[in-house]
Write a protein that binds this ligand. Structure first.
Ligand code: AMP
Ligand code: GLY
Length: 426
């Protein structure tokens, strides 16, 4: 079989790595991919949907797998499906569960899926009038996709007024911010759950935990994700509760709305004292969560994709390694704001990936030049370790992180610490 993975980050590197292990796969292509994939995939320099479709058709690609949300929101699945090509991901109207927060919030309200209380505004005067009477902190979210920059936690009225002005009057995030959701702040611990969905049915993965803030102790600005671990440590029945109270009613609701969800549903959750509440839905795998979920998954990813395509996902039983995985993201100093690129990365060659199968390096902002690696993005590299315990995985991942360096390199030193703390005797 021939597989095409769309995207170019560490999540897509992990997907390519996983597909390449399948005995059913003869060749993996990545569009546009990154140079970390060069020994397992052929990179193609196409990022437009029509040309990708032409490529997939000419190359007789059996399954196309879409990594990021943007092509899904733009309707790549609709184009491929119309042409009779197999592609994993929701169509444009089902992808609205991520691409429109207003759709997602109204949907959750209609189908009684627990989420923060909210109000929607397209008029700044009304929004300001409403927030005057609210308790802070308060959360303001842009309706449209904003590349992880569309959520603002406001500590007081002045903060909120500035955010609303920037979004609704000064066009800071363009059209995405013209309509906003204002919602209550939820307290608790975050978790991510992914469900492989065939429109009618689903199987969900183990729980994982992203670390969205830039700095230790969950401080600093929100980023795309600075690290993740899996399985996340929570009470045993939590996953079942999320399956029953979040994933199942979402699948039912999407079908009822005439937008059956086919692909990967990502529930971003806050585990509050009253139970799990949805912070957001995404229509794809998470980054960096994919970098810890895929290495622990024993099943062949091709089997899962085929079951989605044939609407037989109920026949799949997911099997997991009885281990823990941690991903630490190395980022460029300055990210998520302005940062410099082009710095030489040292130490990648000192990690022997052939010898140590429990260590993985997934590239995102890395350029491979003739005889060196250089930084080319905000999130540069995910260093992943698999261990018999979370503590062992942590030791291993940070031993490897120590071997890599580049100018102004930044990373968190507390990835998975919340989980480890729960495992330690009191
Ligand atoms: P989202 O893109 O909606 O998941 O928001 C990004 C991040 O902002 C989340 O991962 C949370 O850390 C934080 N966040 C979003 N909504 C809320 C909320 N209602 N209460 C507390 N934190 C939130
Ligand atoms: N891990 C956050 C995201 O993928 O959106």
């Amino acid at each position: 079989m021939k597989i095409l993975v769309i995207g170019s980050g560490a999540r897509e590197h992990a997907l390519v790595w996983k597909f390449a292990q399948s005995p059913k796969v003869s060749k993996v292509f990545a569009a546009t991919g990154n140079c970390g994939m060069d020994n397992i995939a052929q990179r193609i320099n196409i990022d437009n949907s029509n040309e990708l479709l032409r490529f997939a058709d000419t190359e007789e690609i059996d399954i196309t797998f879409v990594g990021p949300e943007q092509p899904l929101a733009e309707g790549i699945v609709d184009d491929f499906s119309k042409a009779g090509m197999h592609i994993i991901g929701p169509n444009k109207s089902a992808a609205e569960i991520e691409s429109s927060k207003i759709f997602a919030k109204n949907f959750m309200q209609k189908y009684n899926i627990l989420t923060a209380d909210f109000k929607i505004f397209s008029n700044i005067i009304q929004a300001l009038k409403y927030i005057q009477k609210q308790v802070f902190p308060l959360v303001i979210k842009t309706d449209g996709l904003a590349g992880g920059k569309g959520v603002f936690i406001c500590k007081n009225y002045t903060d909120a007024e500035i955010v609303l002005n920037h979004l609704m009057n000064y066009n800071m995030l363009g059209k995405a911010g013209h309509n906003v959701v204002v919602e209550h702040y939820l307290q608790g611990e975050e978790a991510s759950l992914f469900a492989f969905c065939d429109g009618n049915d689903f199987v969900s993965t183990i729980l994982s935990q992203d670390h969205k803030q830039l700095n230790n102790g969950d401080t600093g600005p929100n980023t795309g994700g600075m690290g993740a671990y899996a399985p996340a440590i929570f009470q045993k029945n939590l996953k079942q509760e999320i399956d029953n109270k979040v994933i199942a009613p979402t699948l039912y609701g999407m079908q009822n709305e005439g937008r059956p969800f086919i692909g990967i549903l990502y529930a971003g959750l806050m585990i509050t004292k009253e139970g799990p509440k949805v912070l957001e839905f995404n229509c794809r795998l998470g980054d960096p969560e994919a970098q810890v979920i895929l290495p622990l998954l024993e099943n062949d990813l091709v089997d899962i994709c085929q079951a989605i395509i044939e609407k037989k996902i109920h026949t799949i039983k997911l099997i997991w390694k009885k281990k823990s995985a941690i991903a630490v993201v190395l980022s460029s100093g300055g990210y998520p704001k302005k940062y410099e690129k082009g710095y030489a990365i040292s130490g990648i060659d000192t990690i022997n990936l052939d010898k140590d199968k429990d260590t993985l390096l997934f590239y995102s902002g890395v350029n491979c030049e003739k005889d060196r690696f250089v930084t080319s993005g905000g999130r540069v590299l995910s260093v992943v370790a698999i261990g018999d315990s979370l503590l062992k995985a942590k030791q291993k991942v940070y031993d490897n992180v120590k071997k890599i360096s580049f100018k102004n390199m930044h990373f968190r030193t507390d990835i998975a610490q919340k989980g480890i703390r729960k495992l330690l005797p009191n």
